[in-house]
Design a protein around this ligand. Structure first.
Ligand code: SF4
Length: 92
């Protein structure tokens, strides 16, 4: 099966009002932030009409990619969702 079909089997529980990932406010996004708009496997990052990078953390797979690539720059605040929220992986 294609990866999209596999991803579709996972469920995601949104913790409303408590996004677990936040981007540091910026005028002009860094190259690292821009790279996330195409490396995040869940497509959570996008550019708004002013060119800034935004995140919609719903559907985040908690893969850690964005956390790792911004570890040095601190552009992203990343926490695991509270217990019971976030991605619920279906195995098999
Ligand atoms: Fe995307 Fe992974 Fe970061 Fe979640 S942890 S927003 S899936 S890159």
């Amino acid at each position: 099966a294609k990866v999209e079909e596999k991803l579709f089997q996972n469920r995601y529980l949104v913790d409303a009002g408590r996004p677990h990932i936040q981007i540091r406010p910026h005028e002009i996004p860094s190259k690292i932030l821009l790279s996330l708009t195409y490396t995040c496997p869940a497509g959570c990052y996008s550019r708004n009409d002013r060119g800034q990078v935004e995140i919609a953390a719903d559907g985040c797979l908690e893969c850690g990619t964005c956390r790792i690539v911004t570890a040095e720059t601190g552009e992203i605040q990343w926490e695991y969702p509270r217990g019971g929220y976030g991605v619920l992986y279906k195995f098999g």
